[in-house]
Ligand binder design. Structure first.
Ligand code: UGA
Length: 468
């Protein structure tokens, strides 16, 4: 099929490369000429597993880049809109990019096209897109607007796209539903998975993935409700972790106990320093705003946001209680991205904690396998950047673990202890076992579990001894 994807951000770039891998002819449209030049040169603007392979495989062949939206529309039968929907100050989604794409496309609708929302948008956006296109003179018989939300996670976006738990197509006409079924036929028929060059199948993949056909409004809601539910799951377990800390229970044991109930499930129950990224914070607020606009006070979502923000403050309090004062302290920080496996620092709780500690006068040396370049653009040289976790820890008063990168869970503990000035670890992602850390000579603080100390010696005593 001839497909246009508008917007070459995370969603658009991954979708474009994956559609090409499914065998479609794809034009990726962006109005940022610099970005197009970079893609044409073969550079990959984001850190995403398998994306360089797919772009390398299809660039100049089934995947082409263009800044001409009208031309791409004329050449395509399906146009996926994957432009940004950033939050406004009141938390609503700013749909001006979506609107301008709809306006520009209208003049190029000369035979039947399906315009598909891929960006996360509030319910009723498809109605608005339709109105805008009609207002700009398109023939109503020549187009349909559909919603096909994306559930990819940064870091595993290509696998999430090609091996999805489900494909949701929201269409109000049979004709547009048939077109979208055809787009995904290589996945739903499993023919893609039989190809030798297919991206390797991840564990637990459902083959073939189910395709769920709904109305456009339901599909729009499915996206917002999914992200809000996942954010709620994280805030819920973070709240439980706080109770665990108060009563001396172990949140990991609690997670195991509740997560084995098949109605609850163990995923997205990792306590930590709160969720971040370009999706959950924005989408929870936007969903809250859209519900309010339509007469429902979704106050549960306020609690989700509140618990999430509180989680960072709790972590900072833990740092202060471990070190007494933070002014002038040398702190090693592992992890700057909003989660492991990505270089994205948007709404990163790790970055917000680093900024608070800098304001309080700490001296920070940070390491992140992928996000240091982007952090430098924001924090400049207010932070020292190390080339390894061990270098970051050299002579530090304590180590703070802020992002769940896999390599941070497998550090050489003996070397770590030797590098640190004081063997104090404050782990915001629960990557280590408190007993093992104590046995290795660390004073170890984590989330929702009691602090552990070498030989059971209270942390305060150790601290005073070392400093004396
Ligand atoms: C999220 C959703 O998981 C995707 O399904 C969705 O498509 C995407 O948003 C989007 O709307 O585009 P993403 O933002 O890439 O994906 O990241 P997640 O893996 O969901 O993590 C979000 C945040 O929650 C991270 O800060 C992560 O550290 C945190 N998290 C996640 C926890 O604190 N605990 C958990 O158990 C899981």
């Amino acid at each position: 099929m001839q497909i246009a994807v508008v917007g070459s951000g995370y969603v658009g770039l991954v979708a474009g490369a994956c559609f090409a891998d499914l065998g479609h002819e794809v034009i990726l449209v962006d109005n940022d000429q610099k970005k197009l030049d970079l893609l044409q040169r073969g550079e990959v603007p984001i850190h995403e597993k398998f994306l360089p392979e797919l772009l390398g495989r299809h660039r100049g062949g089934r995947l082409r880049f263009s800044d001409d939206l009208k031309d791409a529309t004329r050449r395509s039968s399906v146009i996926f809109v994957a432009v940004g929907t950033p939050p406004t100050e009141s938390g609503e989604a700013d749909l001006s990019f979506v609107e301008s794409v709809a306006r520009e496309i209208s003049g190029a609708i000369d035979d039947y096209k399906v315009l598909v929302e891929k960006s996360t948008v509030p319910v009723y956006t498809s109605d608005w897109i339709r109105k805008i296109i009609l207002r700009n003179g398109a023939n109503p018989a020549l187009f349909d607007v559909a919603s096909n939300p994306e559930f990819l996670r940064e870091g595993t976006a290509v696998c999430d796209f090609l091996f999805p738990d489900r494909i949701v197509i929201g269409c109000d006409t049979q004709r547009s539903a048939d077109v979208l079924r055809q787009v995904y036929a290589p996945l739903t028929s499993a023919s893609y998975y039989a190809r030798t060059e297919a991206i390797p199948q991840p564990d637990g993949a459902v083959i073939p993935p189910p395709l769920i056909a709904t109305s456009t409004k339901s599909a729009e809601l499915i996206k917002h409700a999914s992200n809000a539910f996942l954010a709620m799951k994280i805030s819920f377990i973070n709240a439980v972790a706080s109770v665990c800390e108060s009563v001396g229970a172990d949140v990991n044991q609690v997670v195991h106990g509740i997560g084995t109930d098949s109605r609850i499930g163990p995923r997205f129950l990792n306590p930590g320093i709160g969720y971040g990224g370009s999706c959950f914070p924005k989408d929870v607020m936007a969903f809250r705003a859209v519900a309010r606009e339509h007469g429902y006070d979704f106050s549960l979502l306020d609690a989700v946001v509140h618990i999430n923000e509180e989680q960072r403050h709790r972590f900072l309090r833990k740092v202060r209680s471990a070190l007494w004062t933070v002014r002038g302290k040398r702190l090693a920080v592992l992890g700057l991205a909003f989660k492991g496996g990505t270089d994205d620092i948007r709404e990163s709780p790790a970055l917000s904690i680093v900024q608070s500690l800098l304001q309080e006068g700490s001296c920070i040396t940070a390491y992140d396998p992928a996000a240091m370049g982007r952090t430098r653009e924001v924090l400049c040289e207010t932070v020292n950047y190390a080339s390894s976790p061990y270098e970051a820890c050299h002579n530090a008063d304590a180590l703070l673990i802020l992002t769940e990168w896999e390599e941070f869970a497998n550090l050489d503990l003996t070397r770590l202890r030797e590098e640190l000035r004081y063997p104090i670890v404050i782990d915001g992602r629960n990557l280590y076992d408190p007993e093992i850390m104590a046995a290795q000579g660390f004073t170890y603080f984590s989330v929702g579990r009691s602090a552990s100390h070498p030989d059971g010696v209270p942390a305060a005593v150790l601290r005073n001894d070392k400093k004396a």
